[in-house]
Design a protein around this ligand. Structure first.
Ligand code: FAD
Ligand code: EGU
Length: 501
């Protein structure tokens, strides 16, 4: 009879435990025997306890990574178990999953499961003010991103973490405070009770407003910056029409209108989640249902019948505009005790679709360093900070840069034009010039290397300046630019997209 079975018997807590048909033993005697065995095995191979604070996307995935390495993992999540909850509160309904995120899921054997419930988006669909839709492929055939449901992804990751016998999920555990000297954490529960818990390693995956990070802020030589952008976002649902998607499903729909922007990602239930981005003061200017319609009439007229006048009037006032924050900090660790990952370390604005992807990639990077340094936290954590900070800062900067650029002068024509120039140069020099979004979205090129390369490519572009300027003026003086684009596009398609891999 193995140890687990013995323990099972003892859990029955009966004074007499029947073990076999031949003999019976008093429970207390048995318990003593088992305790000694446990103590011995404890001493010889005491498993290290890793506390993952935050059971969101990055925390739940990270729990799988640590469990796979054989640590005893305890996840502490402030909310109730979302798998039991009726309504899941939280940010954005769906997310764009790309290569970096998929690679991380693959490491824990979850890629297929998630991808099968995602909706491929092979191209963006640019909506002009006149209602014309123009697709721009993300890349070659087979290069696509996926629209995934946040709540479902989180649930699947929690369920996966739970399949490891060395993992325990603790819901309704909100980290209140922790001590950076002793590593002692204090949790509060809904009923007001408090618990103090110790762990060998604390992994802060508690999001953009991280409670773990508060102790970092009190320390010397910790760098920190946070920036709220002037824009807020609001999610609106576009229902199916006659049981079918209201727009083409396999696209990321974009309505670029400089200061105002809307994007829409498809869901499995044939709805689209539209995300409207605009300055807070503009959100506040709109106070009545009629004003909402008036606003949409001016900037997104084609979306009105698709969302529906009545739904739009109601949906808009359901929640106020939500804030977006960018957070950068360093270092990511304290000694051999604690490390920040995901949004807790680097909240980025959503204008590259990389927040979750970067957080998932964090998990791979830490895992690789754990391999290299044999799980020795005192060597792993400084190395993780050294390697990861430049990349996370690079994606935070890129996302902010794209926000500023789009806000300043990206209307539908400009968006189409820029993407065509990028793709065209790539077509001319496929090895030399790779669009930035391609490196970011479809490769695991380190973010800071992608930025370096982008600056370098700019110089190459500059050497082609006469050509670019000519092209630009030709484009500018064609009044029906989008028709011209479709010509270029079929050219690109025939030469590039069917080119052998
Ligand atoms: P969170 O998802 O915030 O999880 C943190 C968890 O910690 C939560 O479960 C929370 O309840 C828990 N917690 C918080 N405080 C405590 C505490 N004190 N004690 C215990 N638990 C605690 N990323 C993409 O890759 N692609 C996209 O398309 C994309 N779109 C986005 C669109 C919008 C509008 C926004 C706002 C973000 C978008 N992102 C996208 C970014 C993405 O949402 C985040 O990067 C991602 O959710 C980060 O995961 P996380 O686990 O680090 O943090
Ligand atoms: C914003 C909110 C198009 C989901 C950046 C592209 C985003 C997403 C783009 C949100 C844009 C912007 C890229 C992807 C993606 C584009 C990208 C933005 C998903 C440069 C749920 N962005 N997003 N860039 O290229 O690389 O299509 O909320 F409008 S996916 Cl802002 Cl690839």
């Amino acid at each position: 009879m193995g140890l687990p079975q013995l323990l099972l018997f003892l859990n029955l807590n009966s004074p007499l435990v029947k073990i076999t048909h031949e003999w019976t033993v008093r429970g207390s005697d048995l318990r003593k025997a088992v305790n000694t065995m446990e103590e011995q095995s404890d001493r010889s191979s005491k498993r290290k306890v890793v506390a993952v604070v935050g059971g969101g996307l990055v925390g739940a995935l990270n729990a799988c990574f640590f469990a796979k390495r054989g640590f005893d993992v305890e996840v502490f999540e402030s909310r109730e178990d979302i798998r039991q909850a009726k309504v899941v509160k939280g940010r954005s309904i769906n997310l764009a999953l790309s290569h970096r995120g998929r690679q991380a899921l693959k490491h824990v054997g979850m890629e297929e499961k998630i991808v099968s419930k995602g909706i491929p988006m092979h191209a963006r669909m640019i909506h002009s003010l006149s209602g014309k839709q123009s697709p721009i492929p993300y890349g070659k055939k087979g290069q696509f991103i996926l629209s995934v449901d946040r709540a479902n992804l989180n649930k699947e990751l929690l369920t996966e973490a739970e399949t490891y016998s060395n993992t325990k999920l603790n819901f309704d555990h909100k980290l209140q405070d922790w001590n950076a000297e002793t590593g002692l954490m204090t949790f509060v529960r809904c009923d007001g009770s408090k618990q103090q818990i110790e762990a060998d390693l604390i992994v802060g995956c508690d999001g953009a407003f991280s409670a773990i990070r508060k102790q970092f802020l009190r320390r010397s030589r910790f760098n920190y910056s946070q920036t709220y952008i002037p824009h807020g976002y609001m999610e609106l649902t576009m229902p199916p029409i006659n049981g079918e998607f209201a727009m083409k499903p396999n696209y990321l729909h974009i309505w670029p209108r400089n200061t105002f922007m809307m994007i829409a990602l498809p869901n499995l239930d044939k709805t689209f989640t539209c995300t409207l981005f605009m300055p807070f003061e503009e959100f506040e200017k709109i106070t009545t249902g009629d004003e909402v319609i008036e606003f949409f009439q001016k900037y997104f007229p084609d979306a009105i019948p698709l969302i529906g006048v009545d739904a739009l009037k109601k949906d808009y006032f359901r929640l106020p505009g939500q804030a977006m924050v960018s957070v950068k900090c360093s270092p990511y660790h304290i000694g051999n005790k604690c490390v920040l990952m995901g949004d807790a370390a680097h909240a980025v604005v959503p204008f590259y679709g990389q927040g979750m992807n970067a957080g998932f990639e964090d998990c791979i990077v830490l895992d690789e360093i754990m391999d290299k340094f044999n799980d020795d936290f005192s060597a792993v954590l400084p190395e993780y900070t050294r390697v990861r900070v430049p990349d996370d800062h690079a994606i935070a900067d890129l996302a902010m840069y794209n926000y500023i650029e789009m806000r300043a002068h990206v209307n539908s024509k400009w968006f189409l034009f820029r993407k065509y120039v990028d793709n065209f140069l790539h077509l001319l020099m496929p090895k030399k010039i790779i669009p930035l979004y391609t490196m970011v979205t479809f490769t695991r090129t380190r973010y800071h290397k992608a930025v370096e390369r982008w600056h370098w490519q700019d110089k190459v572009r500059l050497s082609l300046y006469p050509v670019s300027v000519q092209t630009f003026y030709i484009f500018r003086h064609i009044s029906h630019l989008e028709d011209f684009n479709s010509v270029i596009q079929s050219l690109l398609k025939s030469q590039y997209y069917h080119q052998p891999a």
